[in-house]
Every structure is written in structure tokens, then in C-alpha cells.
Design a protein around this ligand. Structure first.
Ligand SMILES: [Mg+2]
Length: 255
């Protein structure tokens, strides 16, 4: 492990969640559900059964394909429908293909990442997900080479909000928690988890719910808001020497 930085109070790295932070994963999952049954009207049932089967995608507990198949079988069973193994395999294959075709970055993801990269801050992905599945998703959307470090819960052996995965990020960077910001769409798992681990926690409330966040948690509703937050509200984030043009366009400064 690298020697911890001696500089205090200065932000040195930004960690980002992947699903529904950079990648519009809910939209892709809905497309998968449409491929499975022709509609996403039962989205809430699908999500509940998914949560029951996968939980927080914690540490390497089980076979991802088998768990996916069991989830889909349970979904059909919830509507009183039994499907045999061959039909299940065919439908799962169609669902996965549809979902992969639908994986997309949010519009604010690349401009924000470009800005962060231009600051010289180190970038880390911290994601609760099965490793092979998540690495394939990141490659599909063009994120394979974006981060200095990628921390996957299955590989770390702990899932957000477990402080061990945040500590692993800081330790791997040789930084103290107060020098690291974590940004994610889940208030508890991402932002509160990061704050409890001693980091700066930012909740990306994409639906702009107005829900109050606990003390210490900063809130943004778009990644376009992250540069301002980092420069204005957090200690000593370096401004990029030349802001990427697309960020200048967002704030009306370019050209
Ligand atoms: Mg997420």
C-alpha cells in the first residue's frame, strides 16, 4: 500500500458509482423486462423480486447466471406461470441481449468525467455488482479505461455501504478518507456509506426528490452540478487548466 499523503484537507480523488449514476441501468433493465414479457408494466414486481434475489450484490455469494434464472422463474411464478428450463434459458438470453443493447451512459456522464480528468484528480469506480457482468457493462459503454481503479464488491468481498469497500478505495490510492469524494445515486449505500467511512459523500438525486439528506451529505441532481460542488464547496479541488469544451457549453461560457 502506498504511503498516505501528508497534505491535509485537499481533495485528491473522486469515486463514482456506476449503475444509475453513470449508466442508465434502470432504463436498460426495463428494456430487458420488455424483452422478457412484452411490457414493463410489472416493473415494481420485477424490482422487488430482483432485490430479494440479489440484495446488494454483495461479495461473491453465488452464481450470477443461476441467481438471474431463479429471479426470472420467481417473477413468472408471481403471476402463477411456470416455465420449463429450456423456455427459461431462451427468455433469459433474449432479456440479457436486450438489456445489453440498451446500456447507455447518461448525457451528463462523459462531460463530468472529462472535467474530472482535466483536474488531475484520480478517478475510482466503486460498484456493487458481480465482476464479470459489471466489467462487460463498463466495456460496452466505453468506461473500460476511464478509471485509475475499479473496485467491485465481488472482488473486494464487501459491498457498499460496508466501510471496508470505501477503505479499500482509500488504501489503494494511499489517501486518507477526507481526501476522497464518493458520488452515487443511492443515498444510504453511496453517500451515507461514504460519510460514515470518513469520506465526503455526494448523493446524486437524479429524480430531484427534495428528500432531506443527513448531515454531511451533499446533494446534486445532475452530474453537471458536480464541478461546481467540488470547486466551491469542498476544500481545494484543483480547477482544470482548460475546462473541456462541453462543460463550458453547459455553463454558457464557451465560444
Ligand atoms: Mg447506483
Amino acid at each position: 500500500m502506498a504511503e498516505p499523503s501528508r497534505t491535509t484537507g485537499q481533495i485528491k480523488a473522486v469515486c463514482l458509482d456506476i449503475d444509475d449514476t453513470l449508466v442508465d441501468s434502470e432504463r436498460a433493465s426495463r428494456e430487458g423486462l420488455r424483452a422478457l414479457v412484452g411490457t414493463d408494466r410489472a416493473w415494481q414486481v420485477w424490482r422487488r423480486i430482483t432485490d430479494e434475489h440479489f440484495g446488494d450484490h454483495a461479495a461473491g455469494d453465488g452464481d450470477f447466471d443461476a441467481t438471474s434464472a431463479a429471479r426470472t422463474r420467481a417473477f413468472f411464478a408471481a403471476f402463477g406461470h411456470e416455465i420449463d428450463d429450456a423456455e427459461l434459458a431462451r427468455r433469459e438470453s433474449d432479456r440479457m441481449a436486450a438489456m445489453r443493447r440498451a446500456w447507455r451512459l447518461f448525457d451528463d456522464a462523459l462531460p463530468c468525467l472529462d472535467w474530472l480528468r482535466a483536474t488531475g484528480l484520480r478517478l475510482v469506480a466503486i460498484t456493487n455488482a458481480p465482476s464479470a457482468y459489471q466489467r462487460r457493462k463498463m466495456a460496452d459503454v466505453g468506461l473500460a479505461g476511464t478509471f485509475d481503479t475499479v473496485l467491485l464488491s465481488e472482488e473486494v468481498g464487501a459491498a457498499k455501504p460496508d466501510p471496508r469497500i470505501f477503505a479499500a478505495a482509500c488504501g489503494g490510492l494511499g489517501l486518507r478518507p477526507e481526501e476522497v469524494v464518493h458520488v452515487g445515486d443511492r443515498l444510504d449505500a453511496d453517500a451515507v456509506g461514504a460519510v460514515r467511512a470518513g469520506m465526503h459523500g455526494v448523493w446524486l438525486d437524479r429524480r430531484d426528490t427534495g428528500r432531506a439528506a443527513p448531515d454531511g451529505v451533499r446533494v446534486i441532481s445532475s452530474l453537471f452540478d458536480l464541478p461546481e460542488l467540488l470547486v466551491c464547496d469542498l476544500p481545494a479541488v484543483p480547477r482544470p487548466a482548460a475546462a473541456p469544451a462541453v462543460v463550458g457549453e453547459v455553463v454558457g461560457l464557451s465560444r
